[in-house]
Design a protein around this ligand. Sequence first.
Ligand code: SF4
Ligand code: SF4
Length: 130
Amino acid sequence: MNRRQFLKSGLFAAIGTLALSVYNKVHADIKNSTEKESSATASSGTITCTYCQQCEGCPLGIDIPKNFNIYNQFKADNKKENFISAYESIKEENRADKCVSCGICKSKCPQKLDIPILLKDVAELYKKLS
Ligand code: SF4
Ligand code: SF4
């Protein structure tokens, strides 16, 4: 094998290795995001929160299970006025829109819910309906 052929074959092997590692990374990312998504919401669109309260201790005082509970209630009955009044019955400082996405609560959730993202959904629903 001459020098040119050697370089060519070396380059070929390097490209192959790089392509394989990119493929593995993309595959792992897709798998992770699919798993995350499926643990976040049920097919009904409700949040798969069990209201276990293990996420309590938010430094800002967000009442996570309460916010998820009223969201799920709306997904079940589609009663706009009930959702609005339930959201407004939560003290302002405990509402979903006050979440700053620090992520502290995420590691505590046994359901592996992406709590900050889901709280955004709750806050956006209120904005949309009110
Ligand atoms: S991500 Fe939001 S709800 Fe969770 S601890 Fe931080 S501020 Fe509180
Ligand atoms: S820890 Fe998770 S499942 Fe339990 S109340 Fe909090 S968000 Fe819901």
